[in-house]
Ligand binder design. Structure first.
Ligand SMILES: NC(=O)c1ccc[n+]([C@@H]2O[C@H](COP(=O)([O-])OP(=O)(O)OC[C@H]3O[C@@H](n4cnc5c(N)ncnc54)[C@H](O)[C@@H]3O)[C@@H](O)[C@H]2O)c1
Length: 254
C-alpha cells in the first residue's frame, strides 16, 4: 500500500497505460481522478475500480486540449481528495492512427494540416496545460510529481506523422526539464518516461527492440510507480527511456 492517502490525476485513463496506472495506484491505496474524452468507457472503468478494495476513483470528462476543462479536473481533485501528489499525463497517440487517416501514397506535406493539430495539441499542449494548472496546487502543498509520457519515436523521428515525434521530443526534453526547474523551489518534481513498443495494442509487437519483444504495459507502470514511491524521490528533471534497448540498438546498427 505504497500510495495510501495519496492522490493522482491520470489523463487518457479510459484505456491502455492511463487505465492500468489508475488500477495499480488505487490497488496500493491511492485515490485517482481519471480524465478522458471517452465518457462511456471511463465510467465503466471507474465503477470497476470502485468495486474493488483500495483507494477511490473518480471519473472526469476532460479534453486535455481545453484549459478550462483541465483546471476543472484539478479543482475536482482538490475538492474531493484535498491534494494532488501525482499528475500523470498519459493522454496521447499517433494522430494518423487515432484519426484513422488514409496515408497511402501520400507524403507528410500531402496530408491535411488539421490532423497534425490533433497530435501537437493532445500530446504536447495537454501536458503543458496540466503542468501549469497543477503546479499552482503543488506549490501550495510544497510537494508533488508530474509524469510526462514520451516515446522512442521522440528520439527517432517519423517521416509521416511528424506531430508525434515533435510533440514527444518536446515533452522528453524542454517541458520536463522546465517544469522540474519551475517546481524545484517548492519540492515539485517532473520526470518523463519514454517507452518503446508497449502491448496496449497487439500491433506494437512488430516494432523491433534489442530484447526481441515489446513491453508488457505493467513494466512501464511499475517504473512510474517506483518514481512516485519513497524509493524514487531523487529522480527529477530527466527523461528515462524504457525501450528494451531499441535506442541503443539503432545506434549500433548505424
Ligand atoms: N503503446 C505504445 O506502444 C506507446 C509507446 C510509446 C509511448 N506511448 C504513449 O503512452 C501514452 C498511452 O498510450 P496507450 O497506448 O496506453 O494509449 P491508448 O490509445 O490505449 O489510450 C489513450 C487514451 O487517451 C484518450 N484521449 C484521446 N484524446 C484525448 C483528449 N483530447 N483528452 C483526454 N483524453 C484523450 C483516449 O480516449 C484513450 O482512452 C500515449 O501518450 C502514447 O503516445 C505509447
Amino acid at each position: 500500500m505504497r500510495f495510501q492517502g495519496q492522490v493522482a490525476i491520470a489523463t487518457g485513463a479510459a484505456s491502455g497505460m492511463g487505465l492500468l496506472f489508475s488500477q495499480c495506484f488505487t490497488a496500493e491505496g491511492g485515490s485517482v481522478v481519471m480524465c478522458d474524452v471517452n465518457e462511456a468507457v471511463l465510467n465503466e472503468k471507474v465503477a470497476e475500480i470502485n468495486a474493488k478494495e483500495g483507494g477511490r476513483a473518480l471519473g472526469v470528462l476532460c479534453d486535455v486540449r481545453d484549459y478550462a476543462q483541465v483546471c476543472s479536473a484539478r479543482d475536482t481533485a482538490v475538492r474531493e481528495f484535498g491534494r494532488i501528489d501525482v499528475m500523470a499525463n498519459f493522454a496521447g497517440g499517433y494522430a494518423l492512427r487515432m484519426l484513422k487517416v488514409d496515408t497511402k501514397g501520400k507524403d507528410f506535406c500531402d496530408l491535411p494540416i488539421e490532423v497534425f493539430d490533433w497530435g501537437i495539441d493532445v500530446n504536447l499542449k495537454g501536458p503543458f496545460y496540466f503542468g501549469h494548472a497543477v503546479l499552482k496546487q503543488m506549490r501550495e502543498q510544497k510537494s508533488g510529481l508530474i509524469v510526462n509520457i514520451g516515446s522512442i519515436t521522440g528520439a527517432e523521428g517519423d517521416s509521416k506523422g511528424l506531430d508525434y515525434p515533435t510533440s514527444k521530443a518536446a515533452l522528453m526534453h524542454g517541458l520536463t526539464k522546465s517544469l522540474a526547474q519551475a517546481g524545484a523551489p517548492y519540492g515539485v518534481r517532473c520526470v518523463c518516461v519514454s517507452p518503446g513498443p508497449v502491448l496496449t495494442r497487439a500491433s506494437m509487437a512488430n516494432m523491433k527492440t534489442m530484447l526481441g519483444r515489446a513491453a508488457d504495459p505493467r513494466e512501464i507502470i511499475d517504473l512510474i510507480l517506483f518514481i512516485a514511491s519513497d524509493q524514487g524521490q531523487f529522480i527529477n528533471g530527466t527523461n528515462i527511456m524504457i525501450d528494451g534497448g531499441r535506442d541503443a540498438m539503432k545506434r549500433v546498427q548505424e
